[in-house]
Design a protein around this ligand. Structure first.
Ligand SMILES: NC(=O)c1ccc[n+]([C@@H]2O[C@H](COP(=O)([O-])OP(=O)(O)OC[C@H]3O[C@@H](n4cnc5c(N)ncnc54)[C@H](OP(=O)(O)O)[C@@H]3O)[C@@H](O)[C@H]2O)c1
Length: 274
């Protein structure tokens, strides 16, 4: 592990379950000393408890000047940590919320309108430094804070900055929930492989590296996905046969994806209106 690019910021994390642990794991692997991280979580995982050995501060009462406070509880637990957030206000902390559906104005109502508050929507591949995080800052975030936050977030993947918070329902439906769609495709392709006579190990190995390779091609090729698809589809060939079914206008994937992802965006909208 290189120490050349360590980020020297004091970070508090309130609520460290699946998502915040994925982010924390990436930071510890790459960019932040564990001694600079202060986690509050009532029932820490074995993984978190183990990080105490390398210096992570877990459920301590340290009153130090934090640069960032990452909020990683479930949206429905936000009211439980209101007091904790209020005590961190007026101390030049940048608050970063990853809570799906919780709007910036709700956070401003709790923490204060004059506080720097950022809403993010990360996704699970952050764990392997391949996340993509949507970012929306409130008007109080200074360019300097924004720049150093970008470095922190880029430690676990790419970022996409938004000026309109209303786009977060679409973001949640695309990249927040998106990994689950790809996991489902992996499950289904593996099942079909088994159905066609492959063993689980054979099918799964073929599927996972196909998805990994195709994903890398999308990221690294100058060609758009449509062109990549057309390039591997010869008329009358095997891929053509499969795509004729998948792209059927009446009951193909386009309709299913539209309905499914719209349902996710609608759910995100409903949750943010609660
Ligand atoms: N998972 C994803 O892919 C994903 C993607 C984007 C955004 N998010 C957002 O990230 C947030 C966390 O999601 P998650 O999937 O990581 O959920 P999670 O695994 O349930 O994590 C939440 C953590 O907060 C802890 N907690 C509960 N009450 C607390 C309190 N009063 N003080 C401090 N910690 C408390 C929970 O402990 P207990 O388990 O003991 O209750 C748990 O460890 C959510 O707001 C979600 O919308 C998640």
């Amino acid at each position: 592990m290189t120490t050349a690019k360590k980020i020297n910021k004091q970070i508090k994390i309130i609520g460290c379950g699946k998502m915040a642990s994925a982010i924390l794991d990436a930071w510890l692997k790459k960019s932040i000393f564990p001694q600079n991280i202060y986690v509050d979580d009532p029932n820490p995982s074995e993984w978190l408890l183990d990080k105490k050995k390398i210096g992570l501060n877990l459920n301590t009462k340290a009153d130090i000047p934090f640069d960032y406070c990452f909020i990683g509880v479930k949206p429905q637990s936000l009211n439980e940590i209101e007091l904790k957030l209020k005590t961190l206000a007026k101390k030049n902390v940048t608050f970063v919320s990853m809570l799906a559906g919780i709007k910036i104005n709700r956070l401003e109502g709790i923490i204060g309108k004059d506080e720097s508050i950022v809403r993010i929507m990360p996704n699970l591949p952050a764990e392997i430094l391949k996340g993509v995080t949507a970012v929306k800052e409130n008007a109080r975030v200074e360019p300097k804070q924004s720049k150093s936050l970008a470095i922190l977030l880029q430690a676990f993947g790419e970022i996409v900055k938004f000026s309109e918070e209303r786009k977060f329902d679409a973001v949640t439906a695309i990249s927040g929930s998106g990994p689950a769609y790809i996991f489902l495709i992996a499950e289904l392709m593996t099942e079909v492989g088994i159905n066609l006579g492959l063993s689980y190990d054979e099918a799964f190995k073929l599927v996972k590296h196909t998805i990994d390779g195709a994903g890398s091609l999308i990221v690294n090729s100058p060609l758009k996905p449509q062109k990549l698809r057309e390039n591997v589809t010869s008329p009358g060939g095997t891929t053509h046969e499969a795509l004729a079914v998948m792209m059927n206008k009446d009951n193909g994937l386009q309709k299913i994806f539209l309905a499914a992802i719209k349902a996710a965006a609608q759910r995100s909208k409903e949750l943010s209106e609660v």
